[in-house]
Design a protein around this ligand. Structure first.
Ligand SMILES: [Fe+2]
Length: 292
């Protein structure tokens, strides 16, 4: 296995490795590299969905198995109607976010692979919220220290103008990401459970910082998001079919860049579940926790 760190030090490109058959020793080496480089890029792996899920499972239980992040309908047509809920859901991902912070347990990370990519755009970018935290001035660091924010897709999609027409479908199934119950509250500063290092947890789903007015909260969160995603702190990956990436969602935010939606794009996303204790929302009781 060869690992090449990029100019932005949180990213490494890994070659001379086959993700299909990692023995325990190779996995341990890769896992250690991942904690240091929370975005690992594996060019040209060409995994099928089962192989991708198997690789993701090495890092923990899955929140969900490989799903298509795609504008291609089951009948093969490409969906580009801006009023269509699928298009709105895909376009929402153009805003920087952590995955599943709107769920009671946020995800640990994800494996994403490319199958069909447009000629232009549709890149995925990541930003390092640990470097963002480290770069805060003392005053801001003190301000965010004990603060918590609500996280919801209703907020983020509404603000971006992409709220779906129906959260509960005709068949009675709720759209993923719009859970019933209390909106999860998360601290603005998360201590990474495996490295012990603090990082910001913000992104587009965060809103209504507890103890602040909506305007004050939005100003603070917008400022934190903008500062965190300054060009020197981000990396954009131009996809080629067969590429696989693995990222640590406890530390990074990510987004997709716009592309011509009349062109087909299909990526596969496997989401690794967060630890039910360390990735639980503040107002969510982890399963098995003592109720007092
Ligand atoms: Fe995402």
């Amino acid at each position: 296995m060869r690992l090449k760190e990029l100019d932005v030090p949180f990213v490494a490109v890994v070659t001379d490795i086959d993700l299909r058959g990692l023995d325990d020793e190779a996995f341990a080496e890769l896992h250690a590299s991942w904690l240091e480089h929370p975005l690992l890029i594996f060019p040209g792996q060409h995994l099928d969905r089962a192989e991708q899920d198997m690789f993701a499972r090495r890092f923990g239980d899955l929140e969900f198995e490989a799903v298509a992040m795609s504008n291609i309908r089951p009948d093969g047509t490409v969906e580009s109607d801006p009023d269509d809920d699928l298009v709105k859901s895909l376009r929402g991902n153009e805003g920087w976010h952590h995955d599943s912070t709107f769920m009671p347990v946020q995800s640990k990370g994800a494996v994403l692979s490319a199958e069909i990519v447009p000629n232009e755009g549709g890149d995925t970018g990541w930003a390092d919220m640990r470097a963002a935290y480290d770069a805060l001035d003392d005053e801001t660091r003190e301000l965010v220290a004990d603060k918590a924010a609500a996280h919801s897709m209703t907020y983020s999609q509404r603000r971006a103008g992409y709220l779906p027409k129906k959260v509960v479908q005709d068949d009675g199934i709720r759209l993923y990401g719009y859970p019933e119950g209390d909106v999860p509250l998360r601290p603005l500063v998360k201590v990474h459970p495996e490295t012990g290092r603090p990082n910001l947890i913000v992104g587009r789903h965060a809103h209504d910082v507890v103890g602040m007015s909506p305007e004050e909260s939005e100003r603070l969160l917008d400022h934190l998001n903008e500062a965190a995603t300054a060009p020197e702190n981000v990396h954009f990956h131009r996809w080629a079919p067969g590429d696989v990436v693995l990222w640590d969602n406890r530390r990074l935010v990510h987004r997709v860049t716009p592309y011509d939606m009349t062109q087909p794009r299909q990526l596969w996303h496997t989401r690794i579940a967060g630890d039910p204790v360390t990735e639980a929302a503040l107002n969510h009781t982890p399963p098995g926790a003592a109720v007092t």
